[in-house]
Design a protein around this ligand. Sequence first.
Ligand SMILES: Nc1ncnc2c1ncn2[C@@H]1O[C@H](COP(=O)(O)OP(=O)(O)OP(=O)(O)O)[C@@H](O)[C@H]1O
Ligand SMILES: [Mg+2]
Length: 309
Amino acid sequence: MTPILTTSLPLPLHSQGKVRDTYRLSDRELLMVATDRISAFDVVLPTPIPEKGRVLNQLSLAWFRETAGLVRNHLAPDLSIPTSVLSEQPDLEQRSMRVVMAEPILFECVVRGYISGSGWKDYQRSGSIAGERLPEGLRESDRLPEPVFTPATKATSGHDENISPAELAHRTGRELAQTLERLSLSLYGFAAERALQSGLILADTKFEFGFHGGDVILIDELLTPDSSRFWDAQRYRPGGPQPSFDKQFVRDYLEQVGWNKQPPAPPLPDEVVEGTSVRYLEALRRLGPAGPREPRGERSERLRRHVPS
Ligand SMILES: Nc1ncnc2c1ncn2[C@@H]1O[C@H](COP(=O)(O)OP(=O)(O)OP(=O)(O)O)[C@@H](O)[C@H]1O
Ligand SMILES: [Mg+2]
């Protein structure tokens, strides 16, 4: 399949994010098309990653289906993509998702089972994450005693800002904040266990929710390498940063060429593109619809130590 940086469908454009082009199918439904764009350090790179969009879309679809019993989601009742839309570009089908339009709740619902990224920075500075005091002496990438809900504002420009659950409650009302926390923790618990069956640690992940017909539903993408930190359980070594499952090649390359992290970003060489594409495909192989769900055999038992309770 030809890699795709931008799409142009015969539909009104609803929004264009760093990765997805979203169109209006009707006044009730959207078509979200995952392109092969990749961003690093919050900047979209000029080079597409073959298969990335398809992988993100297929992974999200699989997770939405698997978690439908835990929380209602935005998958449209009829998932088929109208043929008129794709007649000229049938290869967009695999990367497109038909969803019901929700009113997005403008907070990122992050759950962390392990201490990494901005959570690690918070902890080093304050001994807590999202206002929650944590035991002393944790090392970078350690598993947390319990998964923590660390919401963030969804900044329209610039970086998202972490807030405490109390601050979230202040801004959304207590009932909605509690609902978001409960749903997020339950999704994380389910997915972390499921990922371990495929030999992956789900270190942290971000969910987005919206209102639809009076309900809070799960929207956006779900448990993809773009919204989550997945680590290879067999190579897990707390006490430092873990290699990210997907973007490590890209970040390493960009650091190595000394890019100042301001746009425009430099193009990626072929070997970095290929290495990254292979990692996304590996995530789909392990976690996707036909992924290797291991029976709870010996290996799973060994890995279960990592399962957050
Ligand atoms: N069912 C839905 N109804 C309405 N809006 C949705 C729905 N699902 C996702 N969205 C919104 O569509 C956008 C998805 O596009 P995308 O993820 O590319 O952009 P983004 O999240 O705004 O920016 P970023 O590039 O940082 O990811 C998000 O803003 C998300 O909140
Ligand atoms: Mg997004």
